[in-house]
Design a protein around this ligand. Structure first.
Ligand code: C2E
Ligand code: MG
Ligand code: MG
Length: 859
């Protein structure tokens, strides 16, 4: 519309030039019964605006210019314009006519009606005055005229306005006017009604979604409503008829308002910030201009306001015309909608301008082009917004579905991770984590019950791995796992639970070569035999490609609550049981504190032992060895004694294995050799035939310093190697047979008698032991302990003595506690004996006294 005005300025100049060439007499507009009324008028420009009606009426005819089509546009002008026309009633009837100046924005309009030279009527109107009183209640400038048949009346109209001087003049038959006006009114209010409903819908959407887009759109449409209602004069007529000032401002304000909100809407709708930042900047600049315009509009004079409005409208329309396609080209659907919506409005603006310029004919379409355009725009954009709502909902659903899928795959990944963390990848069995969890849960749920944690290790797995390769060794592990699960299923004493996927768990895969299970001891009253049978089955070789693969499994166990109160402790101790407790082949090593060389308190014990050795706080006791043939004491065994400052006397069985494991034994042996040789030298002063036996561990045999220590000690005390016997247990000698053999050979060559200690407590065979350069064999106490009560024990002992003797050993019976055993052993051919029956181990001073007493008794 404002563009329309701008263009009208141009048209006014043009039409002025054209019409100036046509001077003419006022021809009356003849009104006949049949034809439509062809309006034309004359005009005179009153540049000062001061001419009175009388002066104008007396102007010469030549001063008047003719507008033949009844409509003129004089643009923006300070002048007042006088229009003049005559009407003649050619009909036989009285005529009621209406003269219409069909532009509601004219500020000051005065009608003067003359019949001949007599002024018959005068009416002053225009939107510069309050709306009422008017001849007809209508926004256009209207004047009623009655004409008797053949009567001629001349009408002068003075028009002055600050806006565009547009004077579309029409003479109507009263009835036709009202019919047309009513029809037009209906159209207008249909249009306003539609726009208003769209505004309400968008406001409602805004209120529920709180998305600014809908608010901007509602406000932009309200701007259009205000603009059309103002320009057509309806708002003035209906809303504020007494406030002509407000009417003028409302029109001025409506232009930047509709532009501002349209721009805001456009930015938001097209997301120009994302899709075309450059366009976005231009839109922002334009918005800044519109805001300034909006703020200043109420204070601007009408003339400047209209000029700014024309400029703003021109830029604003062009901008929004390109905005749609720019974003559309980026492949954004909203761009297409915007382009399609903005096009009818642009066509409407062009059609209106074209009509004003005379390029397009006057018709319904050209007259209402802008309303139609803006209506279509509103409709298309409403559809677009609905589409957007729909798409957003679809996107939301899609996003929800995607996030569901994501959550699902995250869940699956988590499950896989949990599975990996709780199950072994090779066997698929639950792993140590699951086992600990299960055991701790059981212990917590029923702390009063008795349980046992059992572990099994395939000791040859490393070797199998190296020999047969990973794939086959994995196959074997799987096979073992299957076998264990199968065997465990037949043992009700093995605790079984179900995991959250319903899988049964009985056997757990602790580490690559190690499996474990929980035994409910309460259920095992009669059932350990079944368990042992299962273990024996497990120890059988596995067949792979016609090869019998020996697995050499080892079994260990720890009991709850004696050996631990948590899963971790029980597992650890079951391992300790498996590794250190001496036992028979395929038997389960039950944990015992005594053998637990890893026990923490034992580690501190080692530090204390080291210190005790350093500060000579350890002692040696001596236990005599009697020759059964002569009855003489031929030697003493050196046995270490340690009085711990806090624990009191510590049993050698509690610290010797640990000293061996930690290497402290080297230091210990060195100290024993030093002390024992010194004591022997002292003893030999009275008993020169005495020898001393020193206990040597496997670690000592591995160390290079043993001979030198011995040699030095012998030299230092002036002793012969033959008087220092070295006792080595059969199990120690078996640990690394080749190396032990070599080391013992060297010692034997130096002249040390070698004695095999604790014979019968392990599993070594005499056939192996006979390779050792030993001359003496000590039968373990456990072997001879019930020789007098058990016939089978007696058979074993006598066989062992005979075999040992036949292999050339002198046989010593150890731990003889009573005379009966002593005489039995003597009768079975035992060479020597040692034991409490004869004498308990004693400190050197007491031993000397004892020797004295003994010798005096036996002389
Ligand atoms: P062992 O070498 O077999 O020593 C004999 C053990 O049997 C000694 O225990 C001794 O006191 C005990 N004993 C002797 N006669 C009887 C008896 O009639 N009844 C009973 N119940 N026991 C008897 P001890 O002194 O407690 O030593 C235990 C083991 O500790 C020794 O067994 C030996 O293997 C080791 N040991 C002791 N002292 C040393 C040492 O200085 N060096 C090394 N390497 N080991 C030592
Ligand atoms: Mg010994
Ligand atoms: Mg012994």
């Amino acid at each position: 519309m404002h563009l329309n005005r701008a263009l009208n300025i141009l048209v006014a100049v043009l039409s002025l030039c054209l019409s100036l060439s046509a001077w003419a007499q006022p021809e009356p507009i003849e009104i006949t019964s049949e034809s439509a009324i062809q309006t034309h008028f004359q005009f005179w420009e009153d540049a000062t605006g001061e001419a009175s009606i009388d002066q104008v009426a007396s102007l010469a005819n030549e001063r008047w210019a003719l507008i033949a089509n009844g409509s003129a546009t004089f643009g923006l002008t300070q002048s007042a314009y006088w229009l003049r026309f005559s009407i003649k009633n050619q009909t036989p009837l009285n005529l009621n006519l209406i003269t219409e100046l069909g532009y509601s924005q004219l500020d000051d309009v005065a009608f003067y009606v003359y019949a001949g030279n007599v002024q018959e009527k005068q009416l002053k109107t225009g939107d510069g005055r309050p709306f009422y009183p008017r001849d007809v209640d209508h926004p256009s400038m209207l004047l009623r005229i009655t004409l008797a048949p053949e009567e001629i009346k001349t009408v002068y109209v003075r028009v002055a306005t600050a806006g565009s001087m547009i004077v579309p003049l029409r003479i109507w038959r009263e009835q036709t006017f009202f019919e047309t006006a009513a029809y037009e009114l209906k159209l207008h209010f249909f249009y306003y009604g539609c726009i208003f409903v769209i505004v309400l819908i968008n406001l409602a959407v805004y209120l529920s979604l709180r998305e600014n887009l809908y608010l901007y759109y509602a406000l932009a449409l309200s701007g259009y409503l205000l603009f059309f209602a103002s320009i057509k004069g309806f708002s003035f007529q209906h809303l504020y008829p007494l406030l002509p000032e407000l009417h003028a401002k409302a029109l001025l304000v409506s232009i930047p308002a509709l532009a501002l909100f349209s721009l805001l809407f456009c930015r938001e709708f097209l997301s120009t910030k994302i899709h075309s930042p450059r366009l976005d900047k231009v839109l922002i600049a334009m918005m800044v201009f519109e805001v300034l315009f909006l703020i200043s509009a109420p204070f601007l004079d009408y003339h400047t306001g209209i000029q700014l409005a024309s400029f703003s409208a021109l830029v604003f329309f062009s901008l929004l015309l390109v905005a749609g396609p720019v974003v559309w080209m980026e492949g954004v659907r909203a761009g297409a909608f915007f382009t399609v919506a903005w096009t009818p409005l642009t066509i409407g603006v062009l059609a209106t301008s074209g009509r004003a310029l005379g390029v397009f004919p006057e018709n319904f379409f050209t007259e209402y082009a802008m309303q139609i355009g803006s209506g279509l725009e509103a409709f298309i954009l409403t559809v677009a917004l609905a589409d957007r709502l729909y798409r957003e909902r679809e996107d939301k659903i899609a996003a929800q579905a995607a996030s569901l899928r994501e959550a699902q795959s995250r869940n699956e990944a988590q499950n896989r991770l949990t599975e990996a963390l709780t199950h072994d990848s090779v066997t698929g069995l639950p792993n140590r984590n699951r086992f600990e969890l299960m055991v701790d849960q059981q212990l917590q749920e029923a702390p009063q019950r008795r349980y046992m944690v059992g572990v099994a290790r395939i000791t040859r797995l490393d070797e199998i791995n190296r020999t047969l390769g990973l794939t086959r060794s994995e196959w074997i592990v799987k096979r073992v796992a299957e076998q264990m699960v199968e065997l465990a299923a037949g043992l009700p004493l093995v605790k079984a639970i179900r995991d959250n996927q319903g899988r049964e768990e009985r056997v757990y895969h602790l580490s690559s070569d190690c499996f474990c299970l929980l035994i409910d001891v309460g259920k095992a009253v009669n059932d350990f035999s079944a368990l042992n049978a299962a273990l024996r089955r497990l120890a059988e070789p596995i067949w792979l490609d016609h090869l019998a693969i020996e697995l050499n499994p080892r079994f260990g166990a720890a009991s709850y609550p004696e050996h631990g109160r948590t899963a971790a402790e029980l597992i650890r101790n079951a391992h300790v049981g498996m590794e250190v407790t001496p036992r028979g082949l395929n038997e389960t090593g039950l944990y015992s504190k005594r053998h637990d060389i890893y026990n923490e308190s034992r580690l501190t014990l080692m530090a204390d032992l080291r210190e005790a050795l350093q500060h000579n706080q350890t002692l040696l006791f001596y236990q005599p060895k009697q020759d059964l043939k002569t009855g003489h004491i031929i030697g003493v065994e050196a046995l270490i004694r340690w009085h711990h400052h806090e624990r009191g006397w510590v049993n050698p069985a509690d610290f010797i294995p640990l000293a061996e494991e930690t290497g402290v034994i080297i230091q210990l042996t060195r100290w024993v050799i030093g002390q024992a040789t010194a004591d022997l030298a002292h003893l030999q002063q009275d008993y020169p035939q005495l020898s001393v036996a020193i206990n040597i561990s496997a670690r000592d045999l591995e160390s290079a310093e043993l001979h030198s220590t011995l040699a030095l000690a012998l030299q230092h005390n002036g002793l012969q190697a033959c008087s220092v016997t070295l006792e080595i247990t059969e199990t120690a000698a078996m640990l690394d047979p080749a190396r032990s053999l070599q080391a013992l050979n060297v010692l034997a060559e130096l002249g040390h008698p070698i004695s095999i200690d604790d014979f019968g407590s392990g599993y070594s065979s005499l056939s192996y032991l006979k390779q050792l350069p030993a001359s003496e064999l000590k039968l373990d106490r456990s072997l001879i302990h019930d020789v007098c009560v058990s016939e089978s024990a007696d058979v074993i002992v006598s066989t062992a003595i005979q075999m040992a003797r036949s292999l050339g050993y002198r046989v010593v019976g150890e731990g003889i506690e009573d005379a009966e055993t002593a005489s039995r052993l003597q009768s079975e051919g035992c060479d020597m004996l040692q034991g409490y029956w004869l004498c308990k181990p004693k400190p050197i001073a007491e031993l000397k006294q004892w020797l004295q007493v003994f010798n005096s008794n036996n002389v």
